[in-house]
Write a protein that binds this ligand. Structure first.
Ligand code: FAE
Length: 561
């Protein structure tokens, strides 16, 4: 960890811990350290430091799902692997004793190099409530393209640090539409089970769900959906549900500390998109922890890869900027790696590859690089329930149920019943819909800015709105209710200008071979969400992980002899 990383992210620049504040905070830290033994700390991975001029057998760019799978399996096959990650290693508590901040009190830790939050639900009662924060390398990036804002995790663990943990395996009947060149039988027999095991996916205790106050919102979402004839399956998650039960003082059989919960709260303390201090089995606790435990994997945070080009001898010269917590470059390093895995996520990998092609660093990449990008059909919406159906002031931030209408040909949708953890009763039901949307965007290099543009059009989301409306219009009619129009803008019903699930940009069997090899450059591989052309029919990370498991097995067998 660089010296600058110890800087306090602060809150609005007013994180001024004087001596009394420091002592109070120390008390909090000590208190939580004692509790943390029981609760397991958020992250304890060692921090590596890659050196300028290093000669490496294998470099992995990015530490999300694809990168974590690649590193673990390569290490288990006897290879030494260096991972570089542009975000921080989220391993040290700030003076408030917490590694991450919660959604009700966002500070610098929340957003990647922004001076104002960019909350997905950014209005309430029609008024904007984004707030000023200090610029810091926070954990959630709200990357703004011309007509879409794409949320991504930044840090060791990638999207697993910020996501809702919904670990959903698509129905097999729909798999051919997701990845047409991949054999469904082997995915469902081998790689999805392997991914679920590696991710430590678990299921909620359904009896507890029926009584827990913190899931009243989901029970209301289920009741209103079922009344209109929709299926409402439970969905698995990587959040440890045994831990969550102990967060809930209403759980029978668990004691409580000082009248509070038996363990420090996380899901029940409005923590999720800015990180979970406890409970979530993010990649730093699963794949990455196992990878580092082999002794063959190092992870260097706060290094942004900018260039990959053939080296003078063999392998590839990879240039990266080491950054401080304000995003300033403090060193530029170039290493040589015999093999390079692009695991920077759909947006990160697409941006890197499009840039390398356009600037002549990797001129022979195929022309399809940058194409086939989709938002998994993401749109958000909320309904106002009748006063007889309160959704609860205490809500678990971990969604556990969906409304499945994917069988509705011509308007397929799978809607997650999302929490709206404001701490007060809102009577609102919030949903994130994943829909079938055939529109696809393209990344292109912008020579005047030196950046990469994405040509996604907000109007393309009308297809998704129409599909989601096939669930929520009938529910509103049956319930005699209306959409909330005060959460995504002033008199705006749909959250249709952002996405949580970027997919594609370097599509399998188009821009790569059928296992992620960039064929014009032997030794270069893509192993993340950019391989999947735009939609997974459900939340995507289990599919990204399972595909990475499939591809790395083939690559180890054939390319690592
Ligand atoms: P990802 O996890 O994004 O990892 C890429 C990593 O590469 C990141 O750590 C980057 O910081 C790093 N990187 C990028 N560029 C560079 C560079 N130039 N140099 C060095 N490092 C770089 O990619 N999915 C679900 O299935 N269930 C959910 O409940 C869910 N909820 C979500 C909630 C939120 C708020 C968000 C943002 C996403 C959610 N997702 C969910 C999506 C999921 O997290 C996402 O599909 C995966 O994280 C993508 O995995 P990749 O390995 O492709």
């Amino acid at each position: 960890m660089s010296g600058t990383e110890a800087e306090t992210p602060g809150n609005g620049g007013i994180n001024t811990f004087g001596r009394r504040g420091f002592l109070a905070a120390t008390g909090v830290i000590l208190g939580s350290a004692v509790l943390a033994k029981k609760a397991s700390p958020a992250n304890a991975l060692p921090v590596g430091t890659i050196t300028d001029g290093a000669q490496l057998p294998i470099l992995v760019i990015g530490s999300g799902y694809g990168g974590a799978v690649a590193a673990l399996r390569l290490a288990q096959a006897g290879q030494s692997v260096a991972i570089v990650e542009m975000g921080m290693s989220w391993s040290q508590p700030a003076p408030d004793g917490k590694i991450f901040c919660n959604m009700l009190s966002p500070d610098g830790r929340s957003y990647w190099l922004r001076t104002q939050t960019a909350q997905p639900v950014s209005y309430f009662l029609g008024a904007a409530f984004d707030k000023t924060i200090p610029k810091y390398t926070g954990v959630l990036d709200a990357e703004q393209f011309s007509q879409i804002r794409v949320y991504q995790g930044r840090g060791v663990g990638g999207g697993s640090l910020v996501n809702g943990g919904m670990a959903v395996t698509p129905q097999q009947q729909y798999f051919p539409s997701i990845l047409p060149s991949v054999d469904p039988a082997e995915m469902y027999a081998t790689y999805y089970p392997r991914a679920n095991a590696g991710l430590k996916v678990n299921n909620i205790d359904q009896a507890w769900f029926e009584t827990a106050d913190c899931y009243q919102f989901a029970r209301v979402g289920r009741e209103t959906a079922q009344a209109s004839g929709f299926n409402t399956p439970f969905v698995p998650n990587v959040y440890d549900f045994n831990y969550m039960k102990q967060e809930d003082i209403t759980t029978p059989g668990f004691g409580s500390i000082g009248g509070g919960s038996a363990v420090p709260r996380s899901a029940l303390n409005s923590e999720v998109i800015y990180g979970n201090n406890y409970g979530k089995q993010s990649l730093d606790k699963t794949y990455l922890a196992a990878a580092v435990a082999t002794g063959k994997v190092s992870i260097t945070p706060q290094h942004v890869v900018t260039k990959v080009t053939p080296a003078a001898g063999t392998g590839y010269a990879v240039t990266m900027n080491q950054i401080d917590t304000s995003g300033n470059t403090i060193a530029t390093k170039t290493v040589t790696a015999q093999k390079v895995f692009f695991a920077a996520g759909s947006v990160g990998t697409s941006k890197l590859l499009v840039t390398q092609k356009a600037t002549g660093a990797l001129p022979n990449l195929p022309t399809s690089i940058g194409t086939g990008w989709g938002n998994n059909g993401n749109v958000m919406v909320a309904r106002a329930n009748q006063p007889a159906l309160p959704t609860g002031s205490l809500q678990s931030c971990i969604p556990v149920m969906g409304i499945d209408n994917w069988s509705s040909v011509g308007g397929r949708a799978f809607a997650e019943i999302s929490p709206f953890p404001t701490g007060i009763e809102t009577f609102a039901s919030l949903y994130l819909a994943i829909t079938e949307n055939p529109n696809r965007g393209t990344f292109s290099y912008n020579s005047s800015t030196g950046g990469v543009d994405l040509n996604w059009q907000q109007a393309w989301n009308q297809v998704s709105i129409d599909a989601a409306s096939r669930i929520f219009d009938p529910i509103n009619v049956k319930q005699g209710t209306i959409y909330r129009t005060d959460l995504f803008g002033f008199f705006k019903t749909w959250g249709d200008d952002f996405a949580y699930h970027p997919l594609g940009g370097c599509v399998l069997n188009q821009s790569t071979d059928n296992y992620g090899r960039l064929q014009s450059y032997p030794g270069l591989y893509v192993i993340d969400g950019s391989l999947i052309p735009g939609c997974t029919t459900v939340n995507p990370f289990v599919t990204i992980t399972a595909l990475a498991e499939r591809n790395i097995e083939n690559i180890i067998a054939n390319d690592m002899k």
